[in-house]
Design a protein around this ligand. Structure first.
Ligand code: FDM
Ligand code: MG
Length: 218
């Protein structure tokens, strides 16, 4: 049950490969927390509703062309434009669930194979954004992903891109400072995965006050 003594909210990010079930799991998590009377919001990136988000949407659908650096910075700007409101919500005791965040931002750009766009370069615009208290990485094998059906029609939804994205995501998980990352085996039933997600989220929400104020990505 939710505790009325207002703890700050937790910033919970869900990342992972395409077809790992991120959006369905975010939705389930959101409903579970609401059912337990926690103040909760669910947001996703890209947020295609803002002017910047509309440019991103058009690019992803192949309706416009943009320089790789430009689109990268637009994805980041799309997070910066809500950074303050995330901060404010967390301070009001609202737990914010985020479907894709800075890891997707850095990894998809670096996966393009453009030698000027290293993972290091791609990370820099993320520095200073609200730092997730918990990052759930939904992991799925290429074989399991293939069983879940084909790709859509958007840019990046190709085998070669997805293989590079997968390898880059896995390399990020090994970094020593990423101890708030929790890897979830998403190749199981929806209910099993949901249960595995809920536990660390509740634990994180209980502990955020001892973590202190929301930190920044470094
Ligand atoms: N994507 C997503 C990026 O390239 N950079 C980002 O910062 C974010 C948040 O956009 F291919 C890519 C990942 C994916 C595409 O995402 C659209 P959704 O979750 O499929 O809408
Ligand atoms: Mg997609």
């Amino acid at each position: 049950m939710a505790d009325d003594k207002a703890n700050r909210g937790a910033l919970v990010v869900v990342e992972g490969l395409d077809r790992a079930g991120k959006s369905s799991q975010c939705e389930l998590l959101y409903r579970s927390l609401l059912d337990m009377n926690y103040k909760t919001k669910y947001i996703r990136f890209p947020d295609r509703s803002t002017p910047i988000g509309k440019q991103i949407d058009s690019y992803l659908r192949g309706q416009s062309q943009l320089d790789d650096h430009s689109i990268h910075l637009l994805f980041s700007a799309n997070r910066w434009e809500v950074a303050q409101s995330i901060h404010d919500d967390i301070n009001k005791g609202i737990t914010v669930i985020v479907d894709r965040y800075s890891f997707s931002g850095a990894v998809y750009t670096a996966a393009k194979g453009n030698p000027n766009l290293s993972l290091h370069w791609a990370w820099q615009p993320e520095v200073g954004l609200p730092r997730p208290d918990l990052c759930l990485f939904l992991s799925i094998s290429p074989e399991e992903a293939a069983k879940r059906g084909g790709y859509g029609v958007e840019r990046y939804e190709t085998d070669s891109m997805q293989t590079r994205v997968r390898n880059l995501f896995l390399s990020l998980l090994d970094l020593p400072h990423n101890d708030e990352i929790c890897v979830i085996d998403a190749g199981r039933s929806v209910a099993e995965v949901a249960q595995d997600i809920l536990e660390p989220v509740l634990e994180c929400m209980k502990n955020v006050d001892s973590i202190g104020p929301l930190k920044k990505l470094g």
